[in-house]
Design a protein around this ligand. Sequence first.
Ligand SMILES: Cc1cc2nc3c(=O)[nH]c(=O)nc-3n(C[C@H](O)[C@H](O)[C@H](O)COP(=O)(O)OP(=O)(O)OC[C@H]3O[C@@H](n4cnc5c(N)ncnc54)[C@H](O)[C@@H]3O)c2cc1C
Length: 399
Amino acid sequence: MEKSEEEKIVIVGGGICGLATALALHRKGLESIVLEKSEKLRATGACIIMQPNGWRALHQLGIASKLRQTALPIQSGHYITVKDGKHTGLPVGNGGECRCLRRSDLMKTLAEELPPNTVRLGCKVVSIKVDANTSAYSILHLHDGTMLMPRVIIGCDGVNSVVASIVGLNSSRHFSTCAIRGVTHYQTLHPFGTAFYLFDKDGVRLGLLPINHNDVYWFLTRKLTSTDSMVSKDQRLIKESTVEAIKGFPNHITEMINNSDVDSLHLTDQMRYRAPWDLLRTKFCKGTVTLAGDALHAMAPFLAQGGSASLEDAVVLARCLSQNMGISLDPTGMKAARAALDQYAKERKMRVFWLSLETFVVGTMHDTSALLVRGLCIITLIILFRDKIANTRYDCGRL
Ligand SMILES: Cc1cc2nc3c(=O)[nH]c(=O)nc-3n(C[C@H](O)[C@H](O)[C@H](O)COP(=O)(O)OP(=O)(O)OC[C@H]3O[C@@H](n4cnc5c(N)ncnc54)[C@H](O)[C@@H]3O)c2cc1C
């Protein structure tokens, strides 16, 4: 064990949330290290729709203006039923800033702002031992036998988190819907301007958002099939299965899929989520170990809020740690760290519960073929979530 690691905050996972948390801590003068199991930072899934609440968090992290240069603002939304060509407005862009960022741009920008050597690649965490009753540090074990004893451990290790079980969150569930994502480059200007379009036909939904004037991000959701796990391994098959799924869609949409960049294609065959009621009944921390991002609240992309919510976590967590750890009176700093994590849990619990619940209800409505269940989902949405963009108005506050 390196002696110096005792003082540090260790973040497990170098995805969007892990990097954002490290950056938020750095901005507050707190040192951390990020342990990432892969040999390089990965940006799976081409793009991410960043909603107004996500932009507020990016602003606090000090990288909003840099990222704005990479993507157009989305100014309107259109929902189109393919069978009759009927258009309805979607409340996108009306509630504030919405842009479609390339995941690689977001990851690169976050990583570039971190002090050198913050991210350690090829470091897989295999287990954590927590003694919640004593003032001892938790022990973190890496795949190569290394042990670390950091002051605070933050699990940002995604939906299959090893840290989550320590905190009491066990299995995640999945919808029987799958998602395919890709990017299409147009040599001349694409025809979509700055609008978000969502096409719907018999449960197959294709959404598209311009990244800039030449590149368009698109995603498709449809029922999972028995071959999807095999299809997900071959990008040519992903394209074929997408073209197959959108039979009867307008020609310019089929053309967009046919012309998409094969390397950008990705099929997620299990849209995983944490049940909202699990979030309600779990403490978000144990000892000085906590969770953030998908490790805490994986929520499937029906509201496109997972990434924005992860950035909110990063800002709130760094704020709580800096407020408490700066005034530490106990020699080990354990009490201060625990107070910080309790404050974080208190601030985040209901926010991530409501987001997860709304996502769960929307997801179940799309996922189910039972009319009764669908009806109940619609009633719940009308009663609890009538304002569809209320979740995007959330402000995580100052860092
Ligand atoms: C199909 C789809 C579309 C989506 N679209 C949107 C969208 O438009 N807008 C939006 O806001 N959100 C969207 N999301 C959600 C968003 O992608 C996630 O919420 C976000 O990426 C979560 O980031 P994270 O850092 O918490 O987790 P991840 O991105 O999963 O990162 C976890 C990291 O931890 C590493 N790791 C895992 N285990 C270990 C270990 N044991 N040791 C060390 N490292 C480890 C992994 O290698 C990985 O790098 C979408 C999700 C899906 C599936």
